[in-house]
Design a protein around this ligand. Sequence first.
Ligand code: NAP
Length: 293
Amino acid sequence: MKIGFIGLGIMGRPMALNLLRGGHRVTVWARRAVSMQPLLDAGAGGATSPADAAAGADLVISMVADAPDVEQVMLGEQGVAHGAARGLVAVDMSTIRPSAAREIAVRLAAGGVDFLDAPVSGGEVGAIAGSLSIMVGGSAAAFAVARPAFACMGKNIVHVGDSGAGQVAKAANQIVTGVGVLTVAEALNFAARSGVDPAKVREALLGGFAYSKILENHGQRMLDRNFKPGFKSWMHQKDMNIVMQSAHELGLCLPVSAATAQMYNAMVGSGLGEEDSIAILKLLERLSTGGDA
Ligand code: NAP
């Protein structure tokens, strides 16, 4: 299949590489030439704009940051809509607000483009391994077109429902992971401040009901104090903001998410935005000691 791929950051780069390895003809675009080079070296074609990446493609995929970025690459002056033939399937795999995904789908449909929201979970490790969980919203026909591409990037591929349903699943995912990272950090900080080895506490908890992938993976990185992203804290702030905006739209009470969202706000405010979201441990340490942990 001929695939245009837009956005080559921590996630987009390995995902595009896996499409190439899967035998697809991939044309990439990123706003900085330096981001495109590793893909060009691996055999991808280079596009001059998102519209150029979409021209002649069977499928175009974006992996950027937030809703305004998806709007820009899909519908902006040089956007996908301007290079698309009628019937093109466009897929956004970034994490954005469900209502924004639905609006983009409607605007693209006016030009004959069938849009899927298909955000992912599994992090950089899953993107490199091609083992992402992919949550898809949109038409069954577009899902059938995109499925072979999804199979190169992910393992657990679920067509959740109509337009926006993939982003609703992802927001639910971020409730669980956002709260989960915070609670693991709280537990390890609690152990350390109690004078008990947090590594031993994690080891003990892994065998019981407190087990989670987050305790296992993120917990280990907290013990290693490896704060290199991964998943940047400002991205997790963005995602908790998506959860809170959606709750506002729905008139919905999400008390634990609300408290967690405040913690991610504080991370960005205290200069931890570019570090991995596990640096929430540092924030808790600062709040507990008043010092510069
Ligand atoms: P990243 O490393 O910051 O990459 C985002 C890329 O998008 C950057 O290369 C950026 O270009 C490009 N971009 C952003 N806005 C753009 C725009 N308006 N026009 C053109 N290019 C634009 O972030 P990431 O970690 O790959 O995350 C990408 C998406 O995946 C986000 O929505 C995130 O929430 C989601 N996600 C991330 C993870 C994870 O663990 N990292 C896991 C699941 C989902 P520049 O390099 O020029 O800034």
